[in-house]
Design a protein around this ligand. Structure first.
Ligand code: SAM
Ligand code: FES
Length: 352
């Protein structure tokens, strides 16, 4: 292996930080040997902090209405082909109940930015879940809201918030989103969430249209500096009814390599092996764990709405019942020597 690249990885392993150009060099020169060495370092940290334990999050995709028009996303406002649905509060709480019975101790309420759900509605859902299951961690993933709304959800009992920054380069952000969306606003939201006291998840799409190695280097630098508790990354995958329908999807190799680098940058971070990774490769999630990921997020949404939450083409797990999904994942995780655990799955060190 190129000694320069090897020494960069060694430096990252020692200092958990690189210069922007150094990250870029690693990304530009991705190769199987480099991936292997990065995964070795990454797994060493994954084992040190989390052993062979893999955390599960039950994902409830409760609405696919969205006021935004992100160019990459299948549930964007202007996609007239998308059949819309919105779960009722009782249904959402039932999904969490079902998850609890199946051993989930974290539920993730995700949706488009659907203003039909007022702050009070979101608070009532959180309180309903917490009343039934005080030890269930509630994670929200409902996009950009203002500080007071985030504070209200937190006061109602929400513990975590996932808001991917999508890209740390404002110029690329502007090419992936319509003019009315603001990079600065999204970044401010992440800072607000952190200040309020949430465990915060950032993240980005890998190889989104027009993204360069330099852009990905900026994402790594951002994660190094912002230190979110979680970082979700997955390949960009095209969706047939979006402006990016004809764009190439991201690769398994680049996603796995970045997963390993993220684990080395911030060894205690919670890193999911995402559904998008499982979509581009039948063993994507298993490979993600072997590259350093330690979380999987099976779907708890009712099966009759699953196909409608279509962010990208050929999304997996849209037909299975929640129980089937978790059993399938248990098998997949154990096939690579890890074990799914019944645990809230906090980031090591968060409560210290
Ligand atoms: N509305 C919330 C938000 O904006 O954070 C949560 C839902 S949004 C659909 C969840 C994530 O899906 C986005 O952050 C984005 O990274 C990912 N996503 C959307 N379209 C995608 C695509 N075509 N390929 C891969 N990931 C995609
Ligand atoms: Fe859902 Fe396999 S994880 S069917």
């Amino acid at each position: 292996m190129d000694t320069k690249l090897k020494s960069l990885l060694e430096k990252l392993n020692r200092e958990h930080s690189l210069e922007l150009e150094e990250y870029q060099l690693l990304i530009e020169n991705i190769n199987p040997d480099l991936m292997k060495l990065a995964a070795e370092y990454a797994v060493k940290y994954q084992k040190e902090y989390y052993g062979n334990r893999v955390f599960i999050r039950g994902l409830v995709e409760f609405t696919n209405y969205c006021k935004n028009d992100c160019f990459y996303c299948g549930i964007r406002r202007d996609n007239r082909e998308c059949e819309r649905y919105r779960l009722r509060m009782d249904d959402i709480i039932s999904c969490a109940d079902e998850g609890y019975k199946l051993g989930f101790r974290t539920v993730v309420l995700q949706g488009g930015e659907d203003l039909a759900f007022k702050d009070q509605d979101i608070c009532n859902i959180i309180k309903g879940i917490k009343a039934a299951h005080p030890d269930m961690v509630v994670t929200l993933s409902i996009g950009e809201r203002d500080h007071d709304s985030y504070q209200a959800y937190f006061d109602a009992g929400a513990d975590r918030y996932l808001l991917r920054h999508e890209t740390a380069n404002p110029e690329l952000y502007a090419r992936l989103h319509p003019g009315e969306m603001s990079f600065l606003h999204r970044m401010n939201c992440l800072q607000d969430l952190k200040n309020i006291g949430y465990q915060v998840g950032a993240g980005f799409m890998v190889q989104s249209p027009g993204q360069t190695a330099g852009d990905l280097a900026m994402d790594l630098k951002f994660i190094e500096e912002f230190k979110p508790d979680m970082c979700g990354i997955g390949p960009f995958i095209s969706h047939k009814d979006t402006p990016f329908a004809k764009e190439k999807s991201g690769t398994l190799e680049m996603t796995l390599f970045l997963l390993s680098l993220l684990r080395i940058i911030y060894p205690q971070m919670l890193i999911p092996a995402t559904t998008a990774l499982g979509t581009i490769d039948p063993k994507g999630r298993e490979k993600g764990i072997l590259a350093g990921a330690n979380v999987v997020m099976p779907n708890l949404s009712p099966t009759n709405v699953r196909k409608m939450y279509s962010l990208y083409d050929n999304k997996i797990c849209t037909g299975e019942e929640a129980a089937e999904c978790i059993n399938c994942l248990k098998g997949r995780v154990s096939s690579v020597g890890y074990e799914i655990v019944e645990d809230a799955g906090n980031r090591v060190g968060f409560f210290d």
